[in-house]
Design a protein. Structure first.
Length: 213
């Protein structure tokens, strides 16, 4: 198993954890208006659990893919809530695509992102326009794939994907939620972007800025 790649993945998860700590209050506030107020806490609990599981897996000599699958399982467990289950699925799908042996080729990363988005849609049943994290995930994956196919270097493609996802997440402020807990609040969510789409963009921006690839 590639230890170097596993170490890179641990570093990425630590970046994610720090973002959830720094933005817990803001995400909680968003979710309090358009949901039940626990999104910041859920993300921090999930990411913290994931980092711990990743360290345990790395110490046991696990490769990057196995490490991500274990981190994903722990994220769901530690976070609870809808986004916890979905982030668990994201890490699991990405880990399966990455595998333990392969170096993290740009192609493997793009495939992993695509698989992660598919897993979220399979599990949550949301589509674009439902005012969920899917509204940010789809443009992120689409832009990343398109830029990669055009030969744009991964780091630059990642930045462009983040920009596209952020515009889409911002536009969710104009939507009324149709799924998840916030759907019962209906029009109350108008004017406020979806918390899960917002946190996704925060995490992707930080990963892109972390000099991981
Ligand atoms: P909970 O809704 O259980 O309190 P969180 O507050 O942590 O969980 O997460 C809420 C976020 O989860 C929403 O802002 C939305 O982005 C995402 N979400 C909720 N339901 C779905 C779904 N069915 N598909 C995709 N994302 C969803
Ligand atoms: Mg919530
Ligand atoms: Mg909740």
């Amino acid at each position: 198993a590639s230890q170097a790649l596993a170490a890179q993945v641990v570093k990425g998860l630590e970046v994610i954890k720090q973002v959830t700590i720094d933005n817990e209050a803001e995400l909680g506030k968003l979710d309090a208006i358009a949901g039940d107020g626990d999104h910041g806490q859920g993300m921090r609990y999930g990411a913290t659990g994931a980092v711990e599981a990743a360290h345990r897996a790395a110490e046991a000599g696990a490769g990057a893919g196995t490490l991500l699958v274990r981190a994903g399982a722990q994220w769901s467990e530690s976070a609870g809530g809808t986004s916890g289950a979905l982030w668990g699925a994201i890490l699991t799908a990405f880990g399966r695509a990455l595998g333990d042996e392969t170096p993290a080729s740009p192609q493997a990363i793009v495939t992993g992102v695509r698989d992660a988005v598919d897993a979220v849609q399979r599990l949550g049943g949301a589509t674009v326009g439902d005012k969920t994290m899917v509204d940010a995930l789809i443009p992120f994956a689409d832009t990343l794939s398109a830029k990669q196919a055009e030969g744009v270097p991964l780091a630059e493609a990642w930045q462009q994907a983040t920009t596209a996802a952020q515009s889409a997440a911002d536009r969710t402020a104009d939507f009324v939620s149709k799924l998840g807990r916030s759907r019962v609040l209906g029009e109350k969510s108008l004017g406020v972007p979806d918390p899960g789409a917002t946190s996704f963009c925060m995490l992707m921006r930080a990963l892109g800025d972390a000099d991981l690839f």
